[in-house]
Design a protein around this ligand. Structure first.
Ligand SMILES: Cc1cc2nc3c(=O)[nH]c(=O)nc-3n(C[C@H](O)[C@H](O)[C@H](O)COP(=O)(O)O)c2cc1C
Length: 209
């Protein structure tokens, strides 16, 4: 049996990220959960921002922002940036976060964040409650601690945080399966295991019945 609800934004987990925007004294941070990837080539993302947010007009004016991913040790900062307005408080100072110059955009990145995505707005879709800023991801910065011995990104090391309904969760607790594992050849699984790479192996849902 299932209980039916009216339409709602019940899609979780979602990333809970800190978006930095603006330049100089105007630079601000807003927490955003309405975000995701919308295109591969070029890499594109979006952030949906209510027009009432202080950051909204800054992003619209500058046409740029940085998505700073939240790691476990930045949960407090992420929550605070989502509960206070830059119109009233300087969140950088209040939280002791460090502005780090970005490569391609003028707004600062959050140095303490392990993964920063520089974004340039390419379109704005006006929706009933939010404006959706669609943007190209023009550069990415990853902390060196997230690189494995082969120099490849091992993002699961970051302990990135997601939002599930109204709670924050660390999302590298247990890898249930590597992308494509359900159709992976046994020889590939063996090779990956030899190389010390995790494949995971959650069984089909019906297997346990
Ligand atoms: C976890 C979390 C997620 C949020 N996601 C969004 C979002 O996707 N879009 C939005 O407009 N506001 C979102 N908010 C609310 C803003 O972050 C909040 O209103 C913030 O104070 C706005 O800051 P500003 O006025 O300095 O721009 C979220 C808040 C939290 C705590």
């Amino acid at each position: 049996m299932k209980k039916t609800f009216k339409g709602a934004t019940l899609m979780y987990p979602l990333p809970a990220v800190m978006v930095s925007c603006g330049r100089g004294d105007e630079a601000n941070i807003i927490t955003i959960a309405w975000t995701g990837i919308i295109n591969s080539e070029p890499p594109m993302t979006y952030v949906s921002v209510r027009p009432s947010r202080h950051s909204h007009d800054i992003i619209e004016k500058e046409g740029e922002f940085v998505i700073n991913m939240t790691s476990e040790d930045l949960v407090y900062e992420m929550d605070y940036a989502g509960c206070t307005s830059g119109a009233k408080v300087n969140k950088w100072e209040k939280l002791g976060l460090t502005k780090e110059p970005a490569d391609k955009v003028a707004c600062p990145m959050i140095k303490e964040s392990p993964l920063n995505l520089e974004c340039r707005v390419v379109d704005i879709k006006r929706l009933p409650s939010h404006d959706m800023f669609m943007a190209e991801i023009v550069a990415v910065h990853a902390d060196e601690s997230l690189l494995n011995e082969n120099g490849r990104l091992a993002l699961e090391r970051a302990g990135l945080v997601s939002l599930v309904h109204s709670g924050y969760h660390k999302c590298n607790q247990k890898m249930l399966g590597k992308m494509g594992y359900s159709v992976m050849k046994p020889s590939t699984k063996k090779r990956l295991a030899r190389e010390g790479k995790r494949v995971g192996g959650a069984k089909p849902h019906k297997a346990g019945k």
